[in-house]
Design a protein around this ligand. Structure first.
Ligand code: G3P
Ligand code: CA
Length: 227
């Protein structure tokens, strides 16, 4: 089976992360799925950004939750790109999307957007936060969900089963054959973030992973080619 190839925040090794430019690049490079991160603005918009603060990825300063969309729109998110909202991304690209809930308060709004825009077949909701995934499951019983894990990767199989997640996305250095085996025994797919070198890709294949999340166009090409 070929590896599912997921473009991380678009393809953040090549373009400013979580921007339309990055998502379009990921689609051009042929990734199977685009990954993005979601926060909630002060006025309730689904803002696509990784950190809770705008400081690292824009020329501004402050917490997303304390800023309006108009204030966020005034920022430069890299190479003149504006901070996108979820709907814009879904309109800018046609690839499937892994929408990661960073701020659990965004779960309800994301479920509403998926329903309003008819995105059930294009979106998988993913999160580190069990509560956000539980809320998503309650609001969208049919949507595929994935549990994201870092330090807690060892318990990913049990948590995923309890949440009704059909996939886990685990931090690469923390994955072991044992965790992969327990996930697969439970019928849960395993993908991993982030896989950016040929050596890491070889290890991903050796571990029997179902997919890789990558920052890099070259790695995406290699994974898509079945390397
Ligand atoms: O796809 C999961 C991965 O994106 C989680 O890590 O910190 O890059 O959102 P992070
Ligand atoms: Ca993410």
């Amino acid at each position: 089976m070929p590896l599912l190839t997921v473009g991380h925040r678009g393809l953040m090794g090549a373009e400013p992360e979580n921007t339309l430019r990055s998502f379009r690049r990921a689609e051009r490079e042929g990734v199977d799925v685009i990954e993005l991160d979601i926060h909630l603005s002060k006025d309730g918009h689904l803002v696509v950004m990784h950190d809770a603060r705008v400081d690292r990825t824009t020329d501004g300063s402050g917490r997303i939750a304390e800023m309006t969309l108009a204030e966020l729109r005034a920022l430069d998110a890299g190479q003149g790109e504006r901070v996108p909202v979820f709907r814009e991304v879904m309109e800018a690209v046609s690839a499937p999307v892994q929408a990661e809930i960073k701020d659990a308060a965004a779960a309800r709004g994301l479920a509403a957007a998926v329903t309003e825009l008819g995105l059930h077949d294009r979106v998988r909701v993913i999160s580190f936060h069990d509560a956000a995934l539980r809320e998503t499951r309650a609001l969208l019983p049919e949507i595929p969900i994935a549990l994201v894990t870092g330090e807690s990767t060892a318990t990913a199989p049990e948590r995923a089963v309890a949440l009704g997640a059909s996939m886990v996305s685990c931090e690469f250095p923390r994955l072991t054959p044992e965790v992969v085996g327990r996930c697969h025994a439970a019928g849960i797919e395993v993908i991993s973030w982030t896989v950016n070198t040929a050596e890491e890709l070889a290890r991903a294949v050796e571990l029997g992973l179902d997919g890789v999340v990558t920052d890099e166009p070259e790695l995406a090409h290699a994974a898509l080619a079945g390397a």
